[in-house]
Design a protein around this ligand. Structure first.
Ligand code: SF4
Ligand code: SF4
Length: 311
């Protein structure tokens, strides 16, 4: 029998039905108490939302909140018979109910290029767009999405059913290179080796941080293209696995459509009870990619062509 957590991947037996789950109300260990779960939008809460949370925690909860790993906030210790009133007040004060059940969950994100010095893409903006498009969509099983602005992966895209990670693809202008070796020394992945006085990039090892572009004193490394890797099939929990690169490079503008293509493929192929990673494993990466059939306009490179996709 499949294990379920307090939020489950399926409808819960709380007695109040799916309507309460949709309001972010989930059961608590203590029979007469429930937890009210709220979500942020791409990891951000406004000052007004924070004030509302503080007020509701004092009025209905225990005067404190719990921060979830998916950038949400929970008020626990709420009396069961007060849950509906809390949910109503929360809605009126602009709080977003957290997701539970067999649907697309909160899209989490790092701050990205907007403020982070390492950011390569605007992960916050993209996560908000994905949230608008996919949050709460009924898909028969939980689907988690995350967006990171660069390969540091602060939002852990590889641990989500669908994850996006900002990256750049470097290209060498060999005529500019004077062979100092700095790029090879400082590449965090060891993807560059010096051979006969010139740097050689192993694209299988390169994760697209762009450090070579940033540090080359001669400007010999240039940006060929910028976009996002799309991972699929990641999950944590009792059977953790990292997502695989299903689409090597999409532009920020294409990302939502690419996620839609992956989700659609999953729903076409999935068998009862499977998370995306289960389906991907059963079908095989190559076949899954073929079914997704995504061709990025970013550099006109196709899925399956040798590049970063073998990461
Ligand atoms: S993943 Fe990159 S862009 Fe996002 S917060 Fe971390 S370092 Fe910054
Ligand atoms: S840092 Fe620039 S100049 Fe130095 S080896 Fe690398 S590409 Fe050539």
């Amino acid at each position: 029998m499949k294990k379920k957590n307090h939020c489950g991947g399926k409808k819960e037996e709380m007695g109040a039905g799916d309507e309460l789950l949709r309001s972010g109300i989930i059961r608590q260990r203590q029979q007469d108490r429930v937890i009210a779960r709220f979500r942020s939008l791409a990891g951000n809460l406004t000052a007004a939302q924070l004030r509302a949370l503080a007020d509701l925690a004092e009025k209905y909860g225990r005067g404190s909140v719990h921060l979830t790993t998916r950038q949400g906030v929970e008020i626990s210790g709420v009396a069961m018979d007060k849950a509906a009133q809390l949910a109503k007040e929360a809605r009126e004060r602009g709080l977003l109910a957290g997701a539970c059940g067999p649907r697309v969950r909160t899209v989490v994100a790092c701050p990205g290029r907007e403020v982070c010095p390492y950011g390569l893409v605007n992960s916050r903006q993209l996560a908000e767009e994905l949230d608008r498009e996919f949050f709460g969509r009924e898909v028969g099983i939980k689907v988690k999405i995350a967006v990171s602005g660069c390969p540091n992966s602060c939002a852990k895209p590889q641990e989500n059913d669908i994850g996006l990670m900002g990256a750049v693809e470097p290209v060498l202008r060999a005529e500019k290179c004077h062979g100092c070796g700095l790029c090879a020394t400082l590449c965090p992945r060891g993807a560059i080796k010096m051979k006969e006085g010139k740097p050689h990039l192993n694209r299988r090892l390169c994760m697209g941080e762009g450090s070579c572009i940033a540090i080359c004193p001669a400007g010999a490394w240039e940006e060929r293209r910028r976009g996002l890797y799309l991972f699929a099939g990641g999950q944590v929990g009792s059977s953790p696995r990292l997502g695989r690169v299903v689409v090597p490079f999409v532009t920020e503008e294409e990302a939502t459509a690419a996620v839609e293509a992956v989700l659609k493929t999953f729903l076409q192929l999935r068998r009862e009870g499977e998370r995306l990673g289960d389906t991907l494993q059963r079908v095989g990466l190559r076949e899954f990619r073929r079914k997704v059939g995504w061709t990025s306009s970013a550099g006109q490179r196709k899925v399956g062509e040798r590049s970063h996709e073998e990461v």
